[in-house]
Design a protein around this ligand. Sequence first.
Ligand SMILES: Nc1nc2c(c(=O)[nH]1)N[C@H]1C(S)=C(S)[C@@H](COP(=O)(O)OP(=O)(O)OC[C@H]3O[C@@H](n4cnc5c(N)ncnc54)[C@H](O)[C@@H]3O)O[C@H]1N2
Ligand code: MOO
Length: 658
Amino acid sequence: MTVGASGLPAAPAASPSPGAWDAVAERRKIYLETITAEEAVARLTAALEAAGWGTAAEVIPVAEALGRVTAEGVTARISSPHYPAAAVDGIAVRAADTYGASETSPVRLGPGQYVWVDTGDPLPPGRDACIMVEDLNRLPDGQVEIYAAAAPWQNVRPIGEDVVATELVVPAGTVLRPQEIGALLATGNVAVPVRRRPVVTFIPTGDELVQPRPDPGPGEIIEFNSRVVLSLVQEWGGEPRRHEIVRDDYEALKAAVAAAVETSDIVVVNAGSSAGSQDYSVHVLGELGQVLVHGVAIRPGKPFMAAVVGGKPVLGLPGYPVSTWLTADLFLKPLVYRFLGLPVPSRPRLQAQLTRRLTSPMGVLEFVRVKVGQVGDRVVATPMGRGAGVISSLVRADGVFFIPPDREGLEEGAPVEVELLRPREEVLRSLVAVGSHDIILDLVESHLRRRGLGLSSAHAGSLGGLVALRRGEAHVAGVHMLDEASGEYNVAYVRRYLGRPARLVLLGRRDQGFMVQPGNPKGIRGFGDLARPDVRFVNRQRGAGTRILLDYHLKQEGVDPAQVDGYRREEFTHLAVAAAVASGTADCGLGIRAAARALGLDFVPVTQEEYELCIPLEHWDHPGVQAIRELLTDPAFRAEAEALGGYDLRDAGRVREV
Ligand SMILES: Nc1nc2c(c(=O)[nH]1)N[C@H]1C(S)=C(S)[C@@H](COP(=O)(O)OP(=O)(O)OC[C@H]3O[C@@H](n4cnc5c(N)ncnc54)[C@H](O)[C@@H]3O)O[C@H]1N2
Ligand code: MOO
């Protein structure tokens, strides 16, 4: 074992010797003490308070101050207006000269008695009222005739009508909006003291990371966490800076952190936080400063760390993208707001009922992403997958909530308070679709969005969709289930599983078949081929229409599912099956032509099936349902859908009563 400059064991090379792994194990002892999230924030806050961190101010032009936070109360330097001003276009007069004027006995004023004024002009000396031009009659001899007496100070803006000099215009700690900018400028303030924006430097680390590009090679990971976190920093009001990618090298990371601390108020190191042989972050932070937190009882995000280096906070965010996003939200956001002297704003919330039971380990704050929608008079939250690597889950989620550490999970139907990631109105208005996945539904979603309507869709297979409808958890379900007895699609299943009147709207007919590698190297022609020992299959989940189709044909051809290698490997969407074949981990899967085409696979057609939306009658009038029906008869939409490949929309929009 060599000893590095730091006095710590030198970092092991890419393939560490057993001795080097011992060193890793030794160093890992300080890893993951797992305190609560609150305790982590409290430790950091206390240390930063002791270090006198934060509260810096600067003076900037008011014209550039939108969104900034006042560091002090700002008073009026001058009154607004700062002279008595005409409030109208017309004439300025002495009110006393107009007394007695009426419709029946107008008063005439000579040129010496009145002065023409425009709105905003100073009130001429000796005058105390203004009369609007449309309320007087100009006579050819230069006199004016008026029909109503003017009250003193009528149509005059007195000094300080708006603000009097020395009055408070904007209190300290105010986020400057357009109206505050106006009030500051109106009262003679051209510059304003504001809280300095905290400079947040993000350091991405990892040998596998590459700059964003469309064609990363195997083993190359596109570096995007920096852009996620720095965009958040910008939204919160901080000043984002991105450090270039730092390789997995102890000294390089140490130099990067040391330099960033000099020029920043907050430093974020990303990845390298857990127990891998190249995870140096904690040792670097320990050498440069004091590590306060390494390990928090949250999921995901457990390896979070926090340190104080040179009196400044340095956070280590775990590398998986959802962990990065979550730990930034939980721990970086409060720091940015604290620096700005503002409370952390809370997200809009919505009470909802959980549609599924969730388990969670005791003692851990568990982060759950959900789809939310209003079905009838119930607001329902359907949990999504909990993977830490899937940034797209945060794109699709409508909201999030936490399972508290003292709960081992939540029962189906439990009330949860969802923090929304989209506007509440949008969430409540959207059409909730649960069921079989089809690429046309993705197309429908884009079109609905352009019309200001949302589609919240979860993939649960055709049967899952009908069950969700029955339980009042969705408005519509995409279904394509072949009834063995009648040879007809969907009707028998809807009757059997829904148990109430509904309509079936045809989205389209689509080709189902085998998705195979280009050139069909395994020569797959029929269901019998799936039983061959050299063919690796990838299946759909139970309840999926495609799975029903497979089982139907296997039975017809007398193939035992146990003979099919990969029968138990389940994916949830056509595209996921196609991706498995495209990546070479399977030779073949059953699915729609459009998915094969999307990933450049060959396709062996098996059948054409009817993909329909099942809509219980009580949801028929939902604006989303009506918008979809219109879309389906729109020739432009039909053409767009057919261009996906394998779709026939001739009868799209057909309605069947069930
Ligand atoms: N033996 C153990 N292994 C792991 C544990 C553990 O407790 N014991 N914890 C797991 C958990 S939980 C997490 S979270 C991760 C955290 O790991 P690191 O913070 O060390 O991050 P990496 O392993 O370097 O990266 C994880 C993943 O994220 C990708 N990544 C990293 N940086 C970026 C970036 N800037 N942009 C996009 N993607 C990024 C990286 O390539 C990896 O795929 O450790 C588990 N392992
Ligand atoms: O804790 Mo890790 O952050 O689950 O993915």
